[in-house]
Design a protein. Structure first.
Length: 273
């Protein structure tokens, strides 16, 4: 089982966030803002899914998983809280979170279903966040012009996402979740996640008045589809999820461990006294 440490990031999000906080880049700012808008609701769903899955396990397995699940819930609850604070700041720029109500309506359809469905959705989303985390940690220069506290926020979040990427997947497997449903949920999550990210990013740019600037689309091309862009770099590891023998631990997370080791002054371990 994975040892998951709950950490409190030592940054102040009560202070206002600059309109184009990501180095003045309108696209990157709108894109990161869009992702953050999805996190509080999504992470609560992940918490609930993992908690419900744990309750369904036989007692011996439940005991074996309990400590890892406790760490997973602690990390995700911390992410949920800090992104809610961040989202409250960016709302002051006139942005509207249209993603959350759409997601809430879809997730409500899963209420009362087999807990393996919630875990399948969670495992698929956790794979996405792990891919994003690995890309961001390996291209941290994307945030070089960002406000330092916000650079810390995104890299800390990325490191912890890489750290707990196996939890929902392992619970799904332990409950006898099938390969067929696992890949089916990944296909659905891929379509929904990419569509919602695009819709919210475009809406953020429209409200910001930067949607139709050449610099906006040039940044979008470089950071998504360019040689080092997220989508191009993530294609192969995303596709690996569909293999029958896939496990999240097969994909490297050394950058996450290194960042956490090198930045201990930016966070406090919760419960460490």
């Amino acid at each position: 089982m994975t040892e998951l440490v709950v950490r409190r990031l030592l940054i102040d999000l009560e202070q206002p966030v600059h309109k184009h906080w990501c180095g003045g880049d309108a696209f990157l700012t709108a894109w990161f803002n869009a992702l953050s808008m999805s996190f509080p609701l999504g992470e609560q769903f992940f918490i609930d899914s993992v908690r419900n899955g744990l309750k369904t396990l036989p007692e011996e397995q439940r005991v074996a998983f309990s400590r890892e699940v406790q760490g997973f819930i602690g990390q995700e609850a911390t992410h949920r809280r800090i992104h809610a604070l961040f989202n409250a700041q960016i709302e002051k720029h006139g942005l509207v979170n249209a993603w959350e109500p759409r997601a809430r309506a879809r997730l409500e359809l899963l209420a009362g279903s087999d807990p393996r469905h919630g875990l399948g959705v969670t495992a698929a989303n956790e794979h996405f966040t792990a891919l994003f985390a690995e890309w961001l940690l390996s291209h941290a220069q994307v945030l070089d012009g960002a406000e330092p506290r916000l650079k810390s926020l995104w890299l800390w979040h990325s490191a912890e996402e890489a750290e707990h990427k196996c939890t929902a997947f392992d619970l799904y497997q332990a409950l006898g979740g099938s390969h067929a449903w696992r890949v089916r949920w990944m296909r659905r999550v891929t379509l929904i996640f990419l569509t919602d990210t695009l819709r919210q990013t475009i809406d953020n740019l429209r409200r910001d008045g930067t949607l139709w600037k050449w610099s906006t689309w040039g940044s979008a091309w470089r950071h998504l589809l360019g040689p080092d862009g997220l989508l191009r770099c993530s294609w192969k590891p995303w596709k690996a999820y569909f293999r029958r023998d896939f496990h999240p631990s097969q994909q490297e997370s050394a950058l996450a461990s290194r960042w956490l080791q090198e930045n201990t002054g930016l966070y406090a371990r919760v419960g460490s006294g």
